[in-house]
Design a protein around this ligand. Structure first.
Ligand SMILES: Nc1nc2c(ncn2[C@@H]2O[C@H](COP(=O)(O)OP(=O)(O)OP(=O)(O)O)[C@@H](O)[C@H]2O)c(=O)[nH]1
Ligand SMILES: [Mg+2]
Length: 282
């Protein structure tokens, strides 16, 4: 069933950090495209808007890319392509831009983790993914970073796309489910591809995520992978091991923040930290 179209007002401002600057409003319809919203908002402000940053519950701003992320009376910031509040430290991004892929077997919670992180809600239903991309601007260690997250398909039908998903990434989130041992074993082919693409000096970080922790918190008999087994696998992958729950949100932000920190650390030219390092535990 198609939901009813809704119309509401959103305030727009230019991206120049001056609260005294002009504020305009745009009538938003839930059926309008995001591009059309950017065009309408940009016109009111006299700019060619290509990006939009909306306030978060925590008092910060996140880049948004869908019309249904806008709320009535939101005050959003429109930019002509530059990062939030004129942060020009990355090309066309809010601070540094970091590209990551979320990988693993079907049903382990890749989409649930991604959506918990990007939008802070939990998806109950399993709707198998083909490929979805998200962006979120976060402040890590007082520096802005725009994370581009590629949520991928776990189903074996899409195995031929794996190489493409893993190319040109700054880091990876490998996910298994603590209540399914097989899902841990199914990460090995991803690690083989990782070595093929990135070599074996661990310059490109992997976070090994043990998801659905809440299930084993409720019923320890459901655990099929112990923490020790997870850590052992992490050591093999040169990865950082984190146990999460997309359902409760436990440690989900840690996964992505730690990945950003590792990307920064391992990319730093003067100090090749993390090279050859074994497993670290959060
Ligand atoms: N209890 C619990 N359920 C979870 C958790 N994460 C995901 N799920 C559930 O597991 C099912 C599969 O989650 P998805 O996020 O769609 O799995 P996926 O890895 O994206 O699956 P594919 O897209 O098919 O590869 C859904 O019903 C989720 O609600 C979690 O942390 N705890
Ligand atoms: Mg999915």
């Amino acid at each position: 069933m198609l939901s009813e179209s809704e119309t509401f007002r959103v305030f727009v401002r230019r991206n120049n950090n001056a609260p005294s600057d002009k504020r305009a409003f745009v009538e938003v319809s839930t059926r309008m495209s995001f591009k059309k919203f950017l065009k309408a908002g940009g016109k009111k402000l006299g700019i060619k808007a290509t990006r939009c940053f909306a306030p978060t519950a925590g008092g910060g701003f996140n880049e948004i890319t869908f019309i249904d992320e806008l709320r009535k009376d939101d005050e959003v910031i429109l930019s002509e392509g530059e990062g939030f509040h004129g942060d020009h430290s990355g090309p066309g991004s809010a601070g540094q831009e970091v590209f990551v892929s979320v990988l693993g077997a079907g049903g382990v919670g890749k989409s649930a983790l991604t959506l918990r992180f990007v939008r802070d809600f939990f998806v109950q239903d399993w709707d198998p993914t083909i490929e979805d991309a998200y962006r979120k601007t976060v402040n890590v260690d007082s520096k802005l970073c725009t994370l581009s997250v590629l949520d991928t398909a776990g189903q074996e039908d899409f195995e031929s796309l794996r190489h493409q998903w893993m190319m040109d990434k700054d880091g990876y989130v490998f996910v298994y489910s603590v209540d399914k041992k097989q899902s841990l074993d199914e990460l090995d082919p991803f690690f083989n591809l990782y070595k093929h693409i990135n070599g074996t000096d661990f310059r490109v970080p992997i976070i090994l995520v043990a998801n659905k922790k809440d299930i084993t918190d409720l019923d320890p008999n459901k655990r099929e992978v112990t923490i020790a087994e997870g850590r052992k696998k992490a050591a093999e992958y040169g990865a950082i091991h984190v146990e999460t729950s997309a359902a409760t949100g436990e440690r989900v932000a840690d996964v992505f923040e730690r990945l950003i920190l590792e990307v920064r650390k391992r990319k730093a030219p003067s100090k090749p930290a993390g090279l050859g390092s074994k497993c670290a535990i959060l």
